[in-house]
Write a protein that binds this ligand. Structure first.
Ligand SMILES: O=C1O[C@H]([C@@H](O)CO)C(O)=C1O
Length: 585
């Protein structure tokens, strides 16, 4: 009984071989300690594709969806020439989790670190991948992540170095969500008056593959979808993970969803979490794990189950009432046929609103012994209130009552060259009113829009308290995974309700995890600490793409005078382009 005649398989070896096919290495110039410059040439274009068996249009790279996997070693330099083959729109790519030390113009954030690359034009991203870990890349302009512009970025340890754990093979799972509506329509929907919410995704994708009009697990679950009849060579056929019995595998998992928070499980197999956002953590065992947009993890699992059957790998929605079918693929013991369906039903994920389950997972993430510790005291504390507001007929998200609108001139250029009129020199609020009730809908929905920048003194220690609150509807507060560019931060603690003086006494300064993304739970707060030691202008925002589009972000700038020569190509738009023209004439 084969549901797949010719399944698309990934085994750890195939994965490694395919890297050589995928990666276009022009030259392998060796630098110090064996570090290489790895060259890539990428073309971004819209393509017809059927990621969930229904054909639509996605953004692809070099004819692939998701884009090619970048595989490098810590210390390598990536030299990537990106050409925009979209017909009528600009593009940028952000290298999520890479700190861009000394290269803030390569961070790939439209309006902040660079101008969008125009159709027909190319831009060279050149940056160092300084730290081993599981990363990914994605579009950072409008809703281009929702349009499918993403891929994996894997940084292995330096040649000759060892990971602090053992494994026999590895797999890479990039998780995403898919809408049948175009990203352009989503952008219009979000900014219309009244706002039209984009709703839940139609499908969850694992390595760009999902099934929307049929189910691999029909008969097991109570879905009305019929059983998938796939040959295995379809764009929506699941990538099957092939394993040998009694081995340990490393699963690198990253979520680039536009909206969905996810729960991942491997039927009958325990998972040991060992890495989060490119940092080693104290290993802990789970049956299922939460993964929010912007998170990446490595998990180890041992193939110690009955080798005569196959098992499900499942991905389900958490934190929002799920209206999207579970994403599925198969773990195939090579001792049996890859086309045999698992005999057990797919894992059942915890109820979507069981936040205690999510918290207990999140609170277990602690740094490994020997990891860098945070400075004991901050120089400055910034408290950021997250609210949903009506502004001028639109629904927006605001931070301390300011909803982020991105300027035409990239802030990196306007701040470095101190271009009057290109950015707002006003100071954004450090906190919010003592009377504000975070547990109820806002009584004072007055917010403004703007692109204010928090200027941080170079090398100072900054605490950020992310304060969640009630959204516009009563008794609603949502999950928001916040992502910081240019840095990792320590997650010092979480709390319920409003953060108050004295709560800092409960901060974990002993083994807080270093991460680049941290979640705020409904009606709660999350405390972060980082050192402003990376000259540049950096986005800090909710990684839910429609929320950022609706203004849920801030900008930090530090050490602006120390920023090296910004390549002109990054800034040939807005007032920096005018400046270049006037200095030429
Ligand atoms: O930003 C959002 O808007 C909707 C809802 O709050 C209003 O329709 C929703 O679920 C969001 O996450």
């Amino acid at each position: 009984m084969g549901f797949l005649k010719n399944p698309s398989l990934i085994s750890s070896r195939i994965l490694k071989l395919s890297f050589f096919l995928i990666v276009f290495i022009v030259n392998n110039s060796f630098g110090a300690f064996g570090a290489k410059t790895r060259h890539f040439k990428w073309e971004v274009e819209y393509m017809h594709w059927a990621p969930d068996c229904k054909e639509g249009v996605v953004m692809g790279i070099n004819g692939q969806f998701p884009g090619p996997t970048i595989q490098a070693r810590a210390g390598d330099t990536i030299h990537l020439e990106l050409t925009n083959h979209l017909h009528t729109e600009g593009v940028v790519i952000h290298w999520h989790g890479i700190r861009q030390i000394d290269t803030p113009w390569a961070d790939g954030t439209a309006s902040i670190s660079q101008c969008p690359i125009n159709p027909g034009e190319s831009f060279v991203y050149r940056f160092k991948v300084d730290k081993a870990g599981t990363y990914f890349y994605h579009g950072h302009y409008g809703m281009q992540r929702s349009a499918g512009l993403y891929g994996s970025l894997i940084v292995d340890v330096e040649e000759g170095k060892k990971e602090p754990f053992h494994y026999d093979g590895e797999f890479n799972l990039l998780l995403s969500d898919l809408w049948h509506k175009s990203a352009h329509e989503q952008e219009v929907d979000l900014s219309s008056k009244p706002m039209r919410w984009i709703g839940e995704p139609q499908s969850l994708l694992i390595n760009g593959r999902g099934q929307n009009n049929c189910s691999l697990a029909a008969g097991f679950n109570n879905s009305t979808l019929s059983k998938c009849k796939l040959r295995g060579n379809e764009q929506c056929a699941p990538q099957i993970l092939q394993v040998l019995p009694n081995k340990t595998y490393r699963l690198r998992v990253a979520s680039t969803t536009a909206l969905a928070s996810l729960s991942l499980a491997i039927g009958n197999h325990k998972m040991i979490i060992v890495e989060a956002d490119g940092n080693y953590i104290q290993p802990f065992e789970v049956d299922n794990m939460d993964i929010y947009s912007g998170d990446s993890y490595s998990v180890l699992f041992t193939t110690n189950q009955d080798p005569s059957i196959n098992y499900w790998i499942s991905v389900s929605v958490r934190g929002r009432e799920p209206k999207t079918p579970q994403g599925l693929t198969i773990l195939n013991y090579k001792t049996t046929s890859a086309s045999k369906l698992p005999t057990l039903p797919p894992p059942i994920s915890p109820p979507w609103n069981d936040y205690n389950h999510s918290k207990s997972f999140t609170f277990k993430i602690l740094s490994q012994m020997g990891s860098p510790k945070p400075p004991v005291r901050p120089h400055r504390r910034i408290v950021l209130l997250n609210t949903q507001n009506f502004i001028d007929g639109q629904t927006k998200w605001s931070i301390n009552n300011v909803s982020l609108v991105l300027p035409a001139t990239p802030l990196l250029g306007s701040m470095k060259y101190n271009l009057k009129g290109a950015f707002d020199p006003k100071k954004p609020p450090e906190s919010f009113s003592a009377n504000y009730d975070v547990m109820n809908p806002s009584s004072n929905p007055n917010s403004t829009t703007g692109s204010l920048v928090y200027t941080l003194r170079f090398n100072t220690t900054i605490d950020v308290i992310l304060q969640n609150a009630n959204a516009l509807a009563a008794n609603v507060s949502e999950i928001h995974p916040w992502h910081l560019h240019g840095h990792d931060f320590w997650v010092l603690g979480y709390g319920e309700g409003r953060f108050k003086e004295g709560d800092e006494k409960k901060f974990n300064l002993k083994n807080p995890p270093l991460r680049n993304t941290a979640v705020i739970f409904p009606f709660g707060w999350t405390a972060l600490r980082f050192v402003a030691d990376n000259p540049g202008v950096w986005a800090f925002h909710c990684h839910i793409e429609p929320h950022l589009h609706m203004g849920m972000g801030v900008v930090f700038a530090e050490g602006v005078r120390r920023i090296g020569k910004i390549p002109d190509e990054a800034l040939t738009c807005g007032l920096t382009a005018k400046m270049f023209m006037s200095t030429k004439n």
